[in-house]
Design a protein around this ligand. Structure first.
Ligand SMILES: [Zn+2]
Length: 378
């Protein structure tokens, strides 16, 4: 078991908790939202604006960075932090999720996954060992194990318990190989295991027990938000979160809407990532305190209000909805930039409010008000 003195819980309100996660490039306050910077940048926002809006840690993607620019370029910069000039913590996902999203184009064996590069068609082979070697070169503060993300369904076929079981057991064997390679690399960063098992509670329990036996620095809950009915997410989360010992950081992967995040914090989750604020921003879908806005809608053409009256981001302070509507309609690059600043500010500020309310032991009332405001759609 790796020692876990690097995560401190500093206050609690019910199951929700405020923590400090001490990483090699700095300490992050949890619960934390991690903007997604797949290929070495968070799209449509500069590092300066990420920092100004309170981003503490960002995500990178093993598979994308391995394919382009390639590890020789990263090595010549002595790691991803220097290459992208982001000196705060970085978490990298292992590449598994992206490989498996290629579906019929990849072939899974016990050893690893063979697939054709979506960039140039060249044959690639990703194994747990290779993924950890890449993440060691990237010098990620948090390395994720290489696993198979079990989908909810393939076509019209809903994954059976037997299929989910085979997949979960393969992921456990790959988790062990990931940890062995992490130790072989003498990697001084953190490594997280990922709980799989689809939508079957017995398999989820077997997965977490297997991961705890190997002993990681933190535990992620994977395989959720993969096309399942919404209620399953919360059902599995309520089941699995208490089974991860409280002294470890708990990370819910790829989730989600502001409401999903608030509910997950209520269930003791500490870390989140999702493309939603950045991807939706580029499509003109904006999150506000009083519901979501599709800025392309013609009702905003003459709307002289600021985007969100409660927000003090650069976009909201300076521009009317009418101007943001115009930029979106005319497909200006600035639309993506201003929308991304706002959406990330909204998520990161929400996390700030969550942490403050937990600290003041007022999370329940904050949650109730926030969810009511969000559904009011003013
Ligand atoms: Zn704003």
């Amino acid at each position: 078991m790796i020692n876990n003195l690097n995560f401190e819980i500093i206050s609690k309100d019910g199951i929700a908790r405020n923590g400090l996660l001490h990483l090699n490039h700095g300490t992050i306050k949890t619960p934390a939202f991690m903007p997604v910077g797949t290929g070495g940048c968070v799209k449509a926002i500069l590092k300066r604006d990420l920092e100004e809006n309170g981003a503490q840690i960002i995500l990178g993607n093993t598979l994308h960075l391995w394919m382009r620019p390639g590890m020789d370029i990263i090595q010549s910069h002595k790691g991803l932090h220097n290459f992208i000039q982001w000196q705060k913590p970085i978490l990298t996902d292992s590449g598994g999720f992206q490989v498996f999203s290629l579906k019929e184009l990849c072939k899974i064996t016990e050893e690893g996954v063979k697939f054709a590069s979506p960039i140039n068609g060249s044959k690639l082979f990703l194994t747990p060992e290779k993924s950890i070697q890449i993440q060691s070169i990237l010098n990620s503060d948090i390395v994720m194990i290489f696993d198979e993300c079990t989908p909810y369904q393939i076509g019209s076929h809903i994954i059976t318990m037997e299929e989910a079981c085979d997949s979960m057991k393969l992921s456990l064997r790959w988790s062990k190989r990931s940890m062995d390679e992490f130790k072989r690399q003498e990697n001084k960063n953190f490594i997280f295991g990922i709980v799989q098992g689809g939508f079957y509670e017995n398999l989820r329990e077997e997965s977490i027990n297997g991961l705890l036996d190997i002993g990681f620095n933190g535990y992620a809950i994977g395989g959720l938000s993969v096309g399942e009915p919404k209620e399953y997410l919360h059902q599995i989360l309520e089941f699995i979160s208490p089974k991860i010992p409280d002294n470890f950081p708990k990370y819910l992967m790829g989730v989600g809407t502001p409401e999903d995040i608030v509910n997950a914090v209520y269930n003791g989750v500490d870390m989140f990532d999702c493309v939603m604020p950045t991807r939706n921003a580029r499509n003109g879908w904006l999150f506000t305190r009083y519901g979501n806005i599709k800025i392309k809608n013609s009702k905003y053409k003459n709307d002289l209000n600021n985007l969100d009256p409660t927000c003090d981001c650069y976009t909201c302070i300076n521009f009317t909805r009418s101007y943001l509507h115009h930029l979106q309609i005319t497909k200006e690059i600035n639309a993506s930039m201003l929308n991304t600043i706002h959406n990330l500010h909204f998520y990161l500020n929400m996390m700030n409010e969550i942490r403050e309310s937990i600290h003041e032991r007022k999370f329940d009332i904050w949650k109730k008000n926030f969810l009511e405001d969000r559904s009011s759609n003013i």
